[in-house]
Each structure stands twice: as C-alpha cells, then as structure tokens.
Design a protein around this ligand. Structure first.
Ligand code: ARG
Length: 495
C-alpha cells in the first residue's frame, strides 16, 4: 500500500486501480511503491493521482535534501535530550540520516511516487533503514517548521555564495580599473557625451553598485539567521523540546520568537529575491553597456573569443551573448520577486500550502545571479579596451566646456554668466565650423591660458573633488574600494 508523510491520517492507501498501476511500475523496474501518505490515517481512500501530481513539490524541493537531513539530525538530538527516544533510537536515526545524506550526495537515493516532497521522502527512507525508530522521527515536528528550517539553511548558504560571486565580479572590475592607468573615455548623460572620465572611474561606478549588493546580502543573511525549528505546525508542542538548543545546534544566531510567525514568514525569501533582483538589474546595466561599447559604433570594448558567440549564418559576426543574457535574465528575476510578493500578500496566518511556491523562484534567482556574476567576471577579465578609440571620443574639445566655465568662475565670473559665454562660443564653433580653441584664444574673457584646457587629456585631470573622475580622487577611490571589498569578503567568510 502507498505511504506518504501523512499516511497515518488516511484510512486507506491509494485505490485498487492505482495500487495495481504502482505494482506494474514496480515490476517494470522503476522501483516505486504504491502511494501511502503521511496522513492516510485520516482518509477513507488514498489520494487521487492528479491531486498528487498537482500538489507534489519533490521535483523542485529535492534540492533541500542535505539541509533537511541537517535539520532532521538536530531534531533527533533534541528529541534525545528531551528523553523522547528509547535507548539506541537516536543513534539508529542519526545513522539512517547519514546513510540518506550519502545516498542523496551520490545520486543513489530513489524517489517514490508517494514522496510528495523531499521531507516526506527522507522520513520514509529513514524509516526503511532505521525500522521502528523511524516512527519517532517526526515527534513534535511538522513539515511546516521542517520546511522553513531546511529552506533557511539552504538560503543562508546559497545567498552567501551569491555574495561571494558578487565580490568576485567587483574584484574583476577593480583589477581592470587599477590597471587602466590614465585611459579615459567620455562620461555620458542621456547617452550624450558629457565630460571625460578616467576608465577606472567608469568601471568602479559599476563596482560600487555591486558592493552595495554584497552589503545588502550580508544584511539579509543577518536577518534570516533565525531557526524556525520547534514551531511545530503553528503553535509549538506540548513536548519538552527546546528550540533554543536546536537553533544553536544548527548554527543559527537565534530561535523564532513566535511559532505562527516562524512557519508563515517568508520575508527571508522575499528579501533574498529583492537582493537578487536588484543585483540582476546591476548585472543588466553592466551587460547593456558592454553590448553598446563593443558595437562597431562605439568600438571601445573588444570581446575575447572565448567569451563571445558567432552567428550561424553571418561569418563575420562576434556577438556579446553573455552581456545580453545578463541583461535578459534580469526580467525573469524581477518576475520571481513580484511573483512571490503576490503569492504572500493575501495569506492568512499561519502556514498555507501557497508557501510551497516560494522555492522555484528562489532557487532559480539564486542560480541565475550566481552564474551571471561569474560569467560577467569572465567577460570583464578578458575584455579588450580600445583606449585609443576611447581617448579620441573623450578628447573632443566641447567636453571641456564646463572646465572653461569653471576657469572663469575662478576669476570671479558668476557661473551662470560663464555658462553663457562658453555656450555661445560652442555654438559659434559648431555653426561656423571653426575650432573651439581658436575662439577661446580670441575671446576677451578667456584667452590663450584658458585655451590650454582644451588640450587633450587636460580636462580629465582637473576633477579634483572627492569622489570625482580625476586622477587623485580616483586613486583614493581605488584604495577605498579595495578596503570595502575586503571588509565584505570577511563578513561573507564562513557564512
Ligand atoms: N512541500 C511543502 C512545502 O514546501 C511541505 C509542507 C506541507 N505542509 C502541510 N501542512 N501540508 O511547503
């Protein structure tokens, strides 16, 4: 007869027909047993096949296997401390959990049709291995606190891994910035050339956004560091279990304060998804810029062959698919965040099965940003910089217009008037087809000294203000960025 996590609640297993089908499948070597659920004691008939197909989550949550084993082992030790296991039972259960962990790791763990989720499957397998003692594993525990515990353990580890991938990408940007010397390019606003900036400054602008992403992850990790184990179905238990002890056993900083909150709270999933979504947006912006700058129209970046794709038809093509997918995947990750928030918004306390829908978006978002950071790091590390093309675009004299105005300001001309004087000269230069430098030299307010500001490279060196795009400010910035990166790496270390 079929058995599942709720088999005891049902008065019968699956109907005869379904049971026969199960036997047939078993005979065909698929190693499946008929469906008996964890709750079958309560039911007069077994579950309908479609009911199981619609509600089962095992294809998604099988990833939580190792974390469920960890949580289950902590629970077993808690049961033992509470005197709820007979002599030898804790050892038998822990040994069975070890075997399950090994089977999961080696891929030899066999799923059954009755395994509606990985938590059911593990309890079923532990019972197969440990015999009688298996029937005590779920004492004082519900899948509600069990799932929340496993998911927190999983998220804590995988989000920290994303944080490290973010720092790797930030490190790649830092390395390229540090080696770029005095290379300069136009800085843009409205995608119109605005002022020349050092390439290092430009690259680090993306880098700082990533450091904030890593900081956000550290922050989310701190908040999610709370064990829900011991909350039971929603109200705790009459048994002498100690949630503080299991929290400590699992390396959580604290236990839940409220059992109903503990089983229904998915803030930590939503926060992780937001961290992933905003990170995804940052990866997308970087990707978009690599697409743009590696186009022939810009010609600032050259893609390494190993990090570009070709065209199936056009022999000359070299395409920035990594950068485009970094851009494209952001949409999907933002969708995961809005999807989960929508799932959560109408839920009454406490656990509702809707919560099962938290895992697919979370797993996918974590996977995608982790891979995205690492792929973009590879792209950035190998990017060729055409510093000549950048310089030619940056050294257009009009990009020093504001420097001319500020030169006048230093000579006590009010800025608005200075802006007007220089704007007029730029207009004359563009309309009359004359070099701006000639007009500046001939200008009564400006003259030959001011015209020197239009010499290639001069404007970029003049940004002295803190955090600005000039050499001295950028050197300070490189140092501060390095230090901040180290601080974040330490905070993520051991997470
Ligand atoms: N797979 C389910 C989930 O992830 C397990 C919880 C089922 N709990 C229950 N009370 N039916 O949420």
């Amino acid at each position: 007869m079929a058995d599942g996590p709720w088999g005891g609640r049902w008065s019968a297993g699956v109907g005869k027909e379904a049971a026969e089908r199960e036997v047939e499948r078993g005979a065909s070597g698929a190693n499946r047993a008929a469906v008996v659920t964890l709750w079958s004691g309560r039911m007069a008939t077994g579950p309908a096949e479609l009911m199981m197909a619609f509600t089962a989550s095992i294809e998604v949550d099988k990833r939580l296997g190792a974390d469920d084993v960890r949580g289950s082992a902590a629970h077993v030790r808690g049961l033992e401390r509470a005197g709820l296991l007979a002599a030898g039972e804790a050892g038998a259960l822990l040994a069975a959990l070890d075997t399950v962990a090994a089977e999961l790791a080696s891929g030899s763990f066999v799923l059954r049709d009755s395994d509606e989720d990985i938590h059911t499957a593990i309890e079923r397998r532990v019972t197969e291995i440990a015999g009688e003692a298996g029937a005590r594993l779920h004492t004082g525990r519900s899948r509600n606190d069990q799932v929340a515990t496993a998911l927190r353990l999983y998220t804590r580890r995988e989000l920290a891994a994303v944080g490290r991938a973010v720092l790797d990408l930030a490190g790649a940007l830092l390395a390229r910035a540090a080696e770029s010397g005095d290379a300069r390019l136009p800085g843009y606003t409205h995608l119109q050339r605005a002022q020349p900036v050092l390439l290092a400054h430009h690259l680090l602008a993306h880098g700082w956004a990533l450091l904030r992403d890593a900081d956000r992850i550290v922050d989310a990790l701190r908040r999610m560091d709370v064990s829900p184990l011991g909350a039971g179905a929603l109200a705790g238990t009459s048994l002498a279990l100690d949630p503080d002890a299991t929290a400590a056993d699992l390396g959580f900083a604290a236990r839940f304060e409220n059992s109903m909150d503990a089983v229904s709270d998915r803030d930590f999933v939503a926060e992780s998804l937001f961290a992933c979504a905003l990170l995804g947006v940052h990866l997308s912006r970087l990707g978009e810029e690599i697409v743009l700058f590696s186009s022939e129209e810009f010609g600032f970046y050259r893609l390494d062959d190993a990090w570009a794709t070709g065209s199936s038809m056009l022999p000359q093509k070299k395409n920035p698919d990594v950068a485009e997918l970094a851009r494209g995947k952001a949409g999907r990750i933002i969708g995961h965040l809005t999807g989960l928030l929508t799932t959560l918004k109408g839920l009454p306390l406490s656990y509702n099965r809707d919560l099962q829908e938290d895992k697919e978006p979370l797993f996918d978002a974590l996977d995608q940003v982790n891979l995205g950071c690492r792929a973009l790091a590879g792209l950035v590390e190998t990017l060729g910089f055409d510093t000549g093309a950048m310089r030619r675009a940056a050294d257009v004299p009009t990009l020093a217009a504001v420097d001319l105005a500020e030169w006048l300001v230093e000579r006590k001309v009010p800025f608005r008037r200075a802006h007007g004087i220089v704007g007029g000269l730029v207009r004359d230069a563009l309309e009359g087809g004359r070099p701006l430098a000639d007009l500046v030299r001939a200008s009564p307010e400006l003259g030959p000294e001011a015209a020197e500001l239009l010499e290639p490279g001069t404007a970029a060196t003049r940004r002295r203000s803190a955090g600005g795009a000039g050499r001295i400010a950028v050197d300070t910035q490189l140092e501060r960025f390095t230090r901040q990166l180290e601080v974040l790496a330490r905070q993520l270390d051991g997470r």
